[in-house]
Write a protein that binds this ligand. Structure first.
Ligand code: IFM
Length: 468
């Protein structure tokens, strides 16, 4: 291992977090309820009954977290704003206390020379909007643009990059499609209007942001190279169908102004799309945020579902429902790679493959890319060598550099995550942080990967590192 190849001058190096996963203080300073507060309160939804009520208590400990970033030598920080802190009911005037909190954070980052990269929506919809239909309701897109305007009205002069949405694919499928995330709705393909309204919200927010900021504007998708399980025509068709959902549904409308072919799902018309929507959705972007974790391996669905061993866990119920839904693909394990604590295969080359593919598929329509999330969960404790995370980051950064050498325009890389945090339905079991958090005492302890990255960032700044 050792020094990384040299990345270009001005490349943004940062860490990423999200409001509900770290802030806590869910009832403080007028914050309204979010769909995640409601979801966590439902028994059986989140492992061990965990909630984001305290999380990392970042709402109070943010100065310590900013100091950690400065110590790391990071040049940027990607965080998200909790919509219910700004508009507790999802509409109407902003609560100044919410804006004050993020203003203090942004100013403290600037004092340390850390560029703020602000995500407006990382899944914490105000519950009041969900009560009115959430993202299934077109009005939520308009409410989102209103909220974007309020945040940009206060911070438009200071935020370098604005990301409208984080991973709308995950939000739609897990939140509205199969219900393992908030708001816990299991509508399968009837969740598609949520996809369109998220995209419309993105497009309307871009317009609201452009009026109020000269900062760069982006959307973050999570992308995954899709590998057919075999060379058979059936497996290749299944992989193409899955690709349309995971990679194209939230990228084609934005970059190309049209929806991908969803006929494999029996979807040939999208009655909720109105005239002018696609023009709003495809407003030019300055950056595309790409989150990468692993490839996906896809096979044609089995003709008859084999009986599933084991009890009726939430997950097996979901899988049974999916099998019954007649989807045109089946997710199959990737073998032959090490896996993270989550069980995700570690495939650094998948990042290069994905970036080359985005370039080839979208050509001139592809804006410069920011890798807005990449990282892994490790079963770690302070004092452990944290070798797995170091290997993961080293391998992925080398693969990223390779893709850049092959001509993909990437301008930054953000490790998920700065801190161990609330990992959604997994509660606190999956630890993604460069910094260990003891959830009993909230003490932060930088891990070996933090120290490793600090050294690599220092090398990038001070001397030309050997390439190759
Ligand atoms: O923790 C999540 C994050 O909120 C969105 N992207 C993937 C991460 C790891 O699962």
């Amino acid at each position: 291992m050792g020094a990384l190849p040299r990345f270009p001058e001005g490349f943004l190096w940062g860490t990423a977090t999200a409001a509900y996963q770290i802030e806590g203080a869910v009832k403080e300073d007028g914050r309204g309820a979010s769909i995640w507060d409601a979801f966590c309160a439902e028994p059986g939804r989140v492992k061990n009954g965990a909630t984001g009520e305290v999380a990392c208590d970042h709402y109070h400990r943010w100065p310590e977290d900013v100091a950690l970033m400065a110590d790391l030598g990071a040049g940027a920080y990607r965080f998200s704003v909790a919509w219910p802190r700004i508009q507790p009911e999802g509409r109407g005037p902003a609560d100044p206390r919410g804006l004050d909190f993020y203003e203090r954070l942004v100013d403290a980052l600037a004092e340390r020379g850390i560029a703020p990269v602000l995500t407006l929506y990382h899944w914490d919809l105000p519950q009041a909007l969900e009560d009115g239909g959430g993202w299934l309701d077109r009005d939520t897109a308009h409410r989102f643009a209103e909220y974007a305007g309020l945040v940009a009205g206060r911070l438009g002069d200071r935020v370098k990059v604005w990301i409208t949405l984080n991973e709308p694919f995950v939000h739609m499928t897990e939140g509205y499609g199969i219900g393992v995330h908030a708001p816990g709705r299991a509508l399968l393909l009837d969740a598609l209007p949520a996809a369109h309204h998220l995209l419309l919200g993105h497009g309307l927010a871009v317009a609201a942001l452009r009026e109020r900021t000269g900062g760069q504007i982006a959307l973050t998708n999570n992308h995954s190279p899709v590998w057919p399980a075999s060379g058979s025509a059936a497996d290749r068709a299944a992989a193409a169908a899955f690709d349309a959902l995971q990679n194209r549904l939230f990228a084609d409308p934005v970059l190309l102004g049209r929806y991908p072919d969803l006929s494999a799902y029996g979807v040939t018309e999208l009655p909720f799309v109105r005239d002018g929507d696609l023009a709003a959705i495809s407003a030019p972007l300055d950056r595309l945020g790409v989150n990468y974790y692993s490839p996906t391996r896809i096979a044609a669905p089995r003709a008859a579902a084999a009986p599933r061993p084991g009890g009726a866990s939430v997950l097996s119920e979901v899988e049974d429902r999916l099998e019954g839904a007649g989807l045109p693909f089946e997710d199959v394990p990737i073998e032959g790679y090490r896996t993270t604590a989550f069980g995700w295969p570690v495939v650094p080359g998948g990042l290069r493959e994905l970036l080359l593919r985005l370039r080839d598929d979208y050509g001139d329509a592809l804006p410069p890319i920011l890798i807005t999330e990449n990282g892994c969960s490790v079963r770690d404790e302070p004092g452990r060598p944290d070798r797995e995370r170091i290997d993961f980051l080293d391998g992925h950064l080398r693969a990223l550099h390779q893709a850049m050498e092959e001509g993909v325009d990437v301008r930054g890389y953000f490790v998920w995550s700065l801190l161990d945090n609330f990992e959604w339905a997994e509660g606190y079991e999956q630890r993604f942080g460069l910094v260990h958090v003891d959830f009993a005492t909230l003490e932060r302890t930088p891990k070996a990967s933090f120290h490793w990255l600090r050294e690599r960032l220092a090398e990038q700044r001070v001397s030309p590192a050997p390439s190759g």
